[in-house]
Design a protein around this ligand. Structure first.
Ligand code: ACM
Ligand code: ZN
Length: 535
């Protein structure tokens, strides 16, 4: 019998043993009890004070509930006798911790801040019937929540997902839907890859050509980049977010406690900017917004004018994003143009640099200094280590774990995002999978079994691993259905890697809980990969 069929049989068998409570990521402590709390028109939500953050944290859930149930729950500061959801603040708890006690009479939530309260309500969302996710009123349903006592907090403070909107553009409303799903899984970082060779996607008022020219390409390759011969689709393709769009998305994410880290790629992956402003390249161009995938030789020149341009761009970026971190990319920047450029060679001489790799470090350090002065910190892909570690950067380890291990041992903060586990653009089911690059299989189990702290780090170095991130590159994905299929349910596995205790993790148990969580995906209308049922 095939492995997948055995798994289905096992799952069908174990369904009869199924727990009443299916929460992903699995909480640190969860005790189930008999009985249910039933939410009805008379249920009130009691808050400790009339605090806007707490009201906001509750309103995301209350709005969802109101749509599905047809009535909102009243929020009050007045003490109730019974049938209430009480939120209390407890300063002794950690920032993201929540305690949740559901009994047949009432629900009690404790947290340090609104953020913990928000997570408690996301847990309640998963415990309610899946119909809570729908956008129509549901009749004849009992809104019951099983009795549980939960104490929960995340293992890692950075629980991220990256979306590449340059290779294929993702509409604002789809980004908001995705942020809601991040929150559903208690993920807290959205890394927004906004610029690359194939399209510049963020309006910059001082440099309008970045979007009017850099936001559109005239042709795109069809099929894999390594196919021979190359075929082209000659439709003009592109799009961008206005600053108003960005503000709307940032506010939406803030309400869901998701921090958005914008990525403005430099010095490589910058052809869309150079197509608009070729004067910031080494050769002067001309260039086109790229229609192929891969790594390209024309990158930003290290002349003074380029830094002025990038600082202006970053001024507008930091005004839009409250994030403490800005991602500078830094990956896959060939140095051949720098080697043959009088400006770059002069810069190396002035700065006493002997290798072009050190010029990359100079580049990143310079931008880092600028951003530090503005109160921001930087993150870069692990290539930023190559010419010597930049001063204070956080390193995102993507070429396996090597870069992350090196940086953590040297005392730098690290986000683990190794391409062999965390690149969700790879196929997940096997060679017959219709979506995803066939070069590497990244199954749900492979994602689930990843642990972001490598065994070779000692205790002190391990503390520098701040968390984990999965990435969705979109060269070979275009429609909302393809994005959904690639993201879910693997996002659920990432969430459990990032949030749950290793000793609480079990893939078999995760699959059982996932069967219930997928009912929420169904009600939400997600085109997720139905690997467990359909094989
Ligand atoms: C990357 O995948 N080039 C970070
Ligand atoms: Zn140059």
């Amino acid at each position: 019998m095939m492995k997948a069929q055995i798994l289905i049989l096992l799952l069908l068998f174990t369904t009869s043993l199924k727990a009443a409570v299916s929460i992903i990521p699995i909480p640190q402590k969860c005790v189930e009890r008999k009985g249910n709390f039933i939410v009805n028109e008379k249920t009130t939500i009691v808050i400790p004070e009339n605090d806007k953050d707490i009201r906001d944290a509750i309103s995301v859930w209350n709005d969802l509930f109101t749509t599905a149930a047809g009535f909102p729950l009243e929020i009050t500061t007045l003490k109730q006798k019974t049938n209430f959801i009480q939120c209390s603040l407890n300063a002794s708890l950690e920032e993201e911790t929540y305690k949740l006690k559901v009994s047949t009479k009432d629900i009690r939530i404790e947290a340090k801040t609104a953020k913990g309260i928000f997570y408690a309500f996301q847990t309640l969302r998963q415990l309610l019937p899946p119909a809570i996710e729908g956008n129509v009123r549901v009749e004849n349903i009992e809104w019951n929540i099983p009795c549980v006592t939960i104490e929960d907090k995340p293992s890692f403070s950075y629980r991220g997902m990256m979306l590449d909107v340059s290779r294929h553009f993702i509409e604002k409303e789809d980004i908001k839907r995705y942020i809601d799903l991040l929150a559903f899984h208690k993920m807290n970082v959205f890394h927004w890859h906004l610029t690359d060779d194939q399209g510049w996607r963020i309006e910059i008022k001082k440099y309008p050509k970045l979007t009017s020219i850099g936001g559109y390409r005239n042709k795109t390759i069809v099929g894999y980049m390594w196919d021979n011969p190359t075929e082209w689709d000659t439709k003009r393709y592109g799009g961008f977010y206005t600053q108003e769009d960005i503000k709307e998305v940032v506010a939406y994410a803030q309400k869901r406690f998701v921090n958005i880290i914008p990525e403005i790629e430099m010095p490589g992956h910058s052809l869309s900017a150079l197509a608009a402003y070729p004067e910031y390249s080494c050769t002067g161009g001309p260039f086109e917004v790229e229609g192929r995938w891969g790594v390209f030789n024309d990158i930003y020149c290290t002349k003074e004018e380029t830094f002025k341009f990038l600082q202006d761009v970053l001024d507008e970026v930091i005004a839009l994003f409250p994030s403490e971190y800005i991602h500078l990319g830094g990956d896959e920047a060939p140095r051949i143009r720098w080697r043959n450029c009088v400006h770059c060679q002069k810069r190396m001489e002035q700065e006493h640099l002997t290798k072009e790799a050190e010029l990359q470090t100079y580049f990143i350090n310079r931008i880092e200094n600028y951003l530090n002065e503005k109160g921001k910190k930087i993150i870069g892909w692990d290539e930023i280590l190559e010419g010597g570690i930049p001063q204070r950067a956080t390193v995102m380890s993507w070429r396996g774990e090597k870069g992350g291990i090196h940086a953590a041992k040297a005392g730098y903060d690290v986000i683990m995002s190794p391409n062999i586990y965390m690149y969700l653009n790879n196929h997940q089911l096997g060679v017959n999978d219709k979506i995803g690059i066939k070069k590497r299989l990244i199954s749900l189990k492979k994602v689930y079994d990843y642990h972001p702290v490598p065994a070779e780090l000692d205790k002190k170095a391990a503390l520098h691993v701040k968390g984990v991130q999965a990435n969705l590159w979109t060269e070979y994905l275009d429609t909302a259905e393809e994005f959904d299929y690639s993201l879910y349910p693997r996002m659920a596995a990432v969430a459990e890697v990032a949030w749950s205790l290793v000793e609480n993790k079990s893939y078999d148990n995760f699959c059982i809980r996932l069967m219930d969580i997928e009912k929420h995906y169904d009600a939400f209308g997600l085109s997720y990969c139905k690997m467990i049922y359909d094989k």
